[in-house]
Design a protein around this ligand. Structure first.
Ligand code: SAM
Length: 258
């Protein structure tokens, strides 16, 4: 998988690509990346990349020309010219990170992890010209209902959610029971010491009894999900992913207070 990040501030995502598990995945050749500085594609000697919005209003808008030249430098071609669709399919999926996109989920992260190349456009100021979105962008993604000052952090969040799902980056087992993998939140985790701040690790986790540990963990996942994200349980029911065992536990939790 290759990530291209088109940005006015390459130093922000660079730290991520050069650290920890991502750096190892790059070393192993599982992940490749390039950071494209949009300013390098500006047309004037001041490297200007923003201009005032048509219609007036606060702030600036990222100019079309430097951004389009940056996109074309990584092999992206316009999907439309003069409002008409062009031919030729690209294997590169272009993502614009924006508060007005669809919200990132684990499901969408899995979908993106199956792509060969992802190209991220990081916005600044009031964002980018709508015609660039119409002509070049395949998917608009938001990382949540709030506004950041720029797209670099949002793009990095999406890249982080996606790359760890690619085979060979982390162990498949680690992905199995984590939050959202099957629609539920994760169970609580403990490590040494056995007693911390007067609180003991639950006995079941010290018992070595795998079946009891599995049941305890499932119950804790259901309790947590019911408490903080009940809509996820409704979603699981709709998708048919709640087992009879889980439904019985929910009944127990809700009606016996156990
Ligand atoms: N005028 C825009 C609006 O009201 O939707 C906000 C622009 S914001 C100050 C600048 C850039 O930050 C955006 O173009 C986008 O790339 C990025 N950004 C801000 N919040 C975001 C979010 N929640 N998800 C993804 N990207 C975001």
């Amino acid at each position: 998988m290759k990530f291209h990040v088109l940005t006015l501030f390459p130093e922000i995502p660079r730290a991520f690509f050069e650290s920890s598990i991502m750096a190892k995945a790059v070393d192993k050749g599982i992940i490749a990346y390039d950071l494209v500085n949009i300013r390098d594609f500006a047309l004037d000697k001041h490297n200007t990349c923003d201009d005032s919005p048509y219609g007036g209003g606060a702030g600036m808008v990222m100019m079309t020309e430097p951004l389009v030249r940056a996109l074309e430098s990584v092999g992206v071609r316009s999907k439309k010219i003069g409002g008409k669709k062009t031919t030729g399919k690209s294997k590169k999926r272009v993502i614009y990170v924006t508060p007005s996109g669809k919200t990132l989920t684990q499901k969408l992260s899995y979908e993106l992890s199956r792509e060969e190349e992802l190209i991220f456009i990081c916005g600044r100021y009031e964002g980018i010209d709508q015609r660039v979105i119409d002509s070049y962008v395949d998917t608009e993604i938001s990382i949540g209902d709030y506004v950041l000052s720029s797209g670099e952090v949002a793009a990095t969040v999406i890249i982080d959610a996606v790359y760890r799902l690619i085979e060979g980056v982390i162990t498949a087992e680690s992905l199995q029971e984590e939050s959202f993998s099957d629609g539920l939140l994760e169970y609580p985790q403990y490590t040494r010491p056995e007693v911390f701040n007067g609180i003991k690790v639950p006995d079941v986790l010290l018992s070595g009894h795998h079946e009891n540990i599995r049941k305890w963990r499932l119950k804790k996942r259901l309790e947590k999900t019911l408490m903080v994200r009940p809509e996820l349980i409704t979603e699981c029911r709709k998708n048919g992913t709640l087992t009879t065992e889980a439904e019985k536990m929910i009944e127990q939790i809700l009606f016996s207070g156990d």
